[in-house]
Design a protein. Structure first.
Length: 476
C-alpha cells in the first residue's frame, strides 16, 4: 500500500508535511526509552530535519534535554555519529507547568522563532493531562494548521473514550487526530494486512465455509514489573484484549478495502468492530497470577485480571458461526505472540490417519519473539501405505532491517500518513464490545506462574479442540 498521504480522496492543511515536532513529556520515561532513539533513526533515514521542541515541567534547560537525548540514544543502541549531532541541533526546550498559561506563551514564542506553521503536537503524557494541554494549545492558537498525536489508552470505557474524543475535537478535527498504539507499528502486525490482501489464494477460503476457528495468544512470562498501580487501573481486558488483540482481529476479519488508502482501511476495520457480538459474562474467563497482590501498588483484595481468555463472535456474512478464541496474560509459560487459523477438515474420510490427527490444517502467524508464517499440511510418508503426517511449510519473516514501531509511527504522523493509526469510530466501537464485561464478570481465578492460566479457560476452547499453546522460541 502506498503512502496514504498521497492517496487520500481529499486534502487540507492538516495533510501538509509537519515543519516541527512538539512533544509534551520530554523528560519522561517514554521519551528516554522510545522517543529519542526513534528520532535518531528518523534523522538517519532522512525523515526528520525540522525543529523538535520538548516540553516538560522539570526545571530543565535545552542543554539538559540534549544531554538526556544523547544518553538515551547511546543507551538504546544508537551511535555517537553525525545523525546524533544533527538530532541534538534540532532540539529546543520549553519548561513549565501545563496548567500555567505562561508555558504556552513560551511555546508560542519558540515556534514563532522557528517560523512553524504546521506543528505536530505529540502528547507523551498521562491521559489525565490531555484536556489541560489541548485547552492550552487551543487558547493560544497553537492548534491552527497542526496535528495532535495521543498515546493509548483511549479512555477506559465507551463513555470516557467519547469524553476524550470530545476534548480533542475542541481544537482538532478528526483528520488531524492521530491515535498512536505502538503495536500497530510492528512489522509483523503490518504483515498480517499485507499477507492477507497481497495473496490471491487466500480469498476463496478465507470465510466461514473453510475456516473452523481462529486463535490469538499474546503471552508474557513476566509480571507487571513494578507497574502494579497502573495495572490496577487497567487489567488484561483493557490493556491487551480491547486494543492490541482486537486490532489483530480486525486485520484478519476485515473485508477488502474499497480503494488504496487510509480511509478505506479504517472503514473496513470499523465494520469489523461493529459486527463483533458484545461480550457477556460466560464469554470471558479472568485470572490473576499468584503473587500479584504482593506487588507494590496492588490492593490486598484485588480482583484485577492479569489473564483474560475470550470467546468472540463476529456476526457478519463472512464470519458467522466462526469462533475467535483470544487469550492474553502475564506470568504465563512463555513469551510469545501467535495467530493460528484452523481450517475445516475434508468433508469425506478417504484416509483414516488424517481423521485421527488432533489438528486440522492451519495457517500460523508467529508474531513474536521471532516472526514467521507457517502453513501446516499433511504429507504422505514414503512406502506403500496411505499414511502421513502433518508438516509445516515455514517462512521466516524476521529482518534486521525492521524499523522500531515508534520510528515508523512518528514518521507517519510527521508525513500526515494515517495508515497505522486508529480512528475515533473504531475505538468507540471496540469499547462497546467489552463494555458489559468490564463490570459484569466472574471473579478472577488464581493461577500459578509459569502455567497457561486458570484451567477454567479450557471450556471456552473445548468445542474447538482446545487451546494451541505457543512453543518457546526455538522449540520444535
Amino acid at each position: 500500500m502506498e503512502s496514504t498521504a498521497t492517496q487520500s480522496p481529499a486534502s487540507s492543511t492538516y495533510d501538509a508535511p509537519a515543519d516541527a515536532l512538539v512533544f509534551f513529556g520530554a523528560s519522561g520515561d517514554l521519551a528516554r526509552k522510545q522517543i529519542f532513539p526513534a528520532l535518531h533513526a528518523m534523522v538517519a533515514a532522512g525523515e526528520l530535519a525540522v525543529p523538535v521542541v520538548g516540553v516538560a515541567h522539570s526545571q530543565w534547560t535545552v542543554a539538559d534535554l540534549r544531554t538526556r537525548a544523547r544518553e538515551s540514544v547511546l543507551e538504546h543502541g544508537g551511535a555517537d555519529d553525525a545523525h546524533l549531532a544533527t538530532l541534538l541541533s534540532l532540539l529546543d526546550y520549553v519548561d513549565g507547568d501545563y496548567a500555567d498559561s505562561a508555558t504556552f506563551d513560551r511555546l508560542r514564542d519558540a515556534l514563532s522563532a522557528h517560523q512553524v506553521t504546521h506543528p505536530v503536537h505529540y502528547l507523551a503524557i498521562p491521559p489525565a493531562l490531555f484536556e489541560t494541554v489541548i485547552d492550552g494549545l487551543r487558547t493560544h492558537n497553537l492548534h491552527l494548521g497542526g496535528r495532535v498525536v495521543v498515546e493509548k489508552p483511549f479512555g477506559r470505557d465507551t463513555a470516557s473514550a467519547q469524553e476524550l474524543d470530545d476534548v480533542l475535537s475542541r481544537a482538532f478535527p478528526d483528520p488531524a487526530v492521530y491515535r498512536i498504539d505502538h503495536y500497530l507499528g510492528k512489522d509483523e502486525i503490518m504483515n498480517l494486512l499485507y499477507f492477507r490482501f497481497a495473496n490471491s489464494f487466500l480469498e476463496p477460503v478465507w470465510n466461514r465455509h473453510y475456516i473452523d476457528h481462529i486463535q490469538i495468544t499474546l503471552a508474557e512470562d513476566f509480571g507487571v514489573q513494578g507497574r502494579g498501580s497502573f495495572y490496577e487501573s487497567a487489567g488484561a481486558l483493557r490493556d491487551v484484549i480491547q486494543n492490541h488483540i482486537f486490532q489483530i482481529v480486525a486485520l484478519l476479519a476485515m473485508e477488502p478495502p474499497a480503494y488504496q488508502g487510509y480511509d478505506a482501511v479504517q472503514v473496513a476495520k470499523e465494520a469489523v468492530f461493529r459486527s463483533m457480538r458484545p461480550l457477556r459474562r460466560d464469554d470471558v474467563v479472568r485470572g490473576q497470577f499468584v503473587g500479584y497482590r504482593d506487588e507494590v501498588g496492588v490492593a490486598a483484595d484485588s480482583d484485577v485480571e492479569t489473564f483474560a481468555a475470550v470467546r468472540l463472535h463476529i456476526d457478519s456474512w463472512r464470519w458467522a458461526g466462526v469462533p475467535w478464541l483470544l487469550r492474553t496474560g502475564k506470568m504465563l509459560a512463555t513469551t510469545a505472540g501467535e495467530v493460528v487459523v484452523y481450517f475445516k477438515r475434508p468433508p469425506q474420510t478417504l484416509f483414516d490417519d488424517a481423521q485421527d490427527d488432533k489438528q486440522p490444517n492451519y495457517l500460523r502467524f508467529r508474531l513474536s519473539p521471532v516472526s514467521r508464517i507457517a502453513l501446516a499440511a499433511r504429507v504422505k510418508t514414503p512406502g506403500e501405505e496411505f499414511t502421513g503426517s502433518q508438516q509445516e511449510l515455514m517462512i521466516q519473516t524476521e529482518s534486521p532491517l525492521e524499523r522500531a514501531p515508534y520510528e515508523r509511527l512518528l514518521a507517519g504522523a510527521m508525513a500526515a500518513d494515517r495508515a497505522l493509526f486508529t480512528s475515533r469510530g473504531s475505538v468507540e466501537a471496540a469499547w462497546r464490545v467489552v463494555e458489559h464485561v468490564l463490570t459484569e464478570h466472574h471473579a478472577a481465578i488464581a493461577y500459578e506462574p509459569g502455567s497457561w492460566g486458570p484451567s477454567q479457560a479450557d471450556r471456552l476452547a473445548a468445542a474447538s479442540g482446545g487451546w494451541h499453546d505457543p512453543l518457546p522460541d526455538g522449540a520444535t
